[in-house]
Design a protein around this ligand. Structure first.
Ligand code: AMP
Ligand code: ZN
Length: 497
């Protein structure tokens, strides 16, 4: 199956066979969140899309190193203010507290949507040295210049010499010269409006600051991803992903930085997810066209008539291809909820059934096997989840037929039945990452297990922060419920007395 995988590479705007640099291994970097406020549903859509891509690559046998960063410095707003500092002012916390708070919130949300954690999750503030080294290489190669302690990337010189600037985003340098997006405050220092900051000298009130050869300052936003992807995946790696709103300037500038620093393309394949809309319009806080994940779970919003479970929402996201826009509407969510339940119910039915050892007719075998193969073919076709789901639903019809007797069990041989049983379940849980919420709620055990996992995780965090009071409080509260925690080499487990 590995050989058959095709991906749409945004760099060349074509669907092409996927060939990793090293046989059997994939290095994938995805731009993570800027942790200055709660993660929104649009972010969740992008990360769920890459979760499925990660899961599928692993499922078909690749050893994947998935790196997803945390942006905790340097991502400026259009008015030049650092997003993190905006968060610190709003919440009267230090930058690291803001970063921790929203990183925790992000992780909780990813767990809620049943997304796997990445292999490595580096933070921009933990990689200042690597970023400074990269700026130095760019300067050494003549593609950067220093003005008043800040360092800028010389886009015009780079574009003239390397002929790659604008390739990813499909822009031409002449147009870019009239665009002025990066850091409006220091426009006058740049040689050309399209130049972007590699290193910024910090103003006296700017509290996030580090020493560098050029000034006490902070790195430009685009730099962290170039420096951290190089550190953990090498100068050129397989897949770079993110939302398509990041193509320009972020990803274009990442390409420029890598080519400028080491004359190498950062990634062979660029994968971009499309945007989440609501009622046909871009989700936007400013005009009220927005809904937060908790509001969507509880139904506490004028945009929905009821609450939807995280798995129904995940299913809803999978019903569209990652490169298409996804329009969130109440009707579409209701339909997704029904679809999700139907799929899980069919799986439960299937798992409770057993095939007939002596069934030899096998008149359904060909079709069932073809549908399973087709579901994988759809995934191999640039991770086409909606079409793969359509195949699974054709199988649901067969499963329901077997259940209510429309199809005789004799029509499916034991080996096909076994394949159907295992593949169907694997597809849903391992590839699509859907959990059976009904089952968890039915017997209660999974729910308690899940809750205990969250509590143990939270206790680990507070202990890491040496917050012994909070740690004791958690332990005492659990003791009152006769739940005992056991710390061991393998981590913490729990028992009910
Ligand atoms: P940010 O925290 O703004 O850096 O965004 C984190 C990720 O979410 C990036 O890959 C963005 O491209 C993606 N993203 C932001 N808004 C949306 C949206 N409305 N729909 C889908 N993805 C989005
Ligand atoms: Zn990035």
């Amino acid at each position: 199956m590995k050989q058959a995988l095709k991906v749409y590479n945004s760099l060349i705007r074509e669907k092409v066979p996927f060939e990793p640099i090293k046989e059997g291994e994939v290095g994938m970097y995805v731009c993570g969140p800027t942790v200055y406020s709660d993660v929104h549903l649009g972010n969740c859509r992008t990360f769920v899309s890459f979760d499925v891509i990660y899961r599928y690559l692993k499922y078909i046998g690749y050893n994947v190193r998935y790196v997803r960063n945390i942006t905790d410095v340097g991502h400026l707003l259009d008015d030049g203010e650092d997003r993190m500092l905006k968060g610190t002012k709003r919440e009267k916390l230090t930058p690291m507290e803001v970063a921790q708070k929203y990183t925790n919130g992000f992780h909780d949300m990813m767990r809620t949507f049943n997304s796997l954690p990445p292999s490595i999750e580096p933070r921009a503030t933990g990689h200042i040295i690597e970023q400074i080294e990269m700026v130095q290489s760019i300067l050494d190669n003549g593609y950067g210049y220093v003005v008043n302690g800040s360092v800028y990337f010389d886009t015009l010189k780079f574009a003239e010499e390397k002929k790659v600037y604008g390739k990813l985003s499909g822009r031409v340098i002449e147009d870019l010269l009239t665009e002025t997006r990066d850091n409006l405050k220091n426009q006058s220092e740049k040689r050309h409006p399209s130049d972007f900051a590699l290193w910024m000298k910090a103003s006296p009130e700017h509290i996030m600051r580090w020493n560098s050869p050029w000034s006490v300052g902070f790195p430009g936003w685009h730099l962290e991803c170039s420096a951290m992807s190089t550190k953990y995946l090498g100068q050129t790696f397989d897949i770079h992903g993110g939302g398509n709103d990041l193509k320009f300037p972020h990803h274009e500038n990442e390409v420029a930085q890598s080519v400028g620093a080491c004359n190498c393309q950062p990634a062979n394949y660029w994968l971009h997810t499309n945007m989440l809309l609501m009622n046909g319009r871009k989700m936007s806080k400013s005009d009220g066209n927005t809904i937060s994940p908790p509001q969507l779970f509880s139904g506490d919003s004028p945009h929905v008539t009821k609450g939807y479970s995280p798995m129904a929402i995940r299913f809803f996201m999978l019903q569209s291809h990652y490169r298409s826009t996804l329009d969130l509407t109440d009707e579409a969510l209701q339909a997704a909820e029904k679809g999700y339940r139907r799929l899980m119910e069919a799986d439960r039915t299937l798992q409770a059934m057993s095939g007939l050892e002596n069934a030899t007719a096998g008149t359904q075998d060909k079709e069932i096997n073809e549908l399973i193969d087709q579901a994988f073919e759809e995934m191999n076709d640039d991770f086409n989840t909606p079409k793969a789901l359509a195949r699974l639903f054709e199988l649901v019809t067969r499963v329901n037929g077997l259940k209510d007797g429309h199809l005789a069990m004799e029509e499916v041989t034991a080996s096909t039945f076994d394949r159907l049983k295992s593949t169907f379940s694997n597809f849903i849980t391992e590839i699509l990452g859907l959990k059976d919420e009904m089952q968890a709620a039915d017997n209660g055990t999974n729910l308690v297990d899940g809750l205990m996992e969250i509590i143990i995780d939270m206790r680990k965090d507070v202990r890491a922060n040496k917050d012994w009071a909070a740690s004791d409080k958690i332990r005492d509260a659990l003791t009152a419920l006769e739940i005992q925690l056991k710390d061991g080499k393998e981590g913490t487990s729990w028992v009910k007395a």
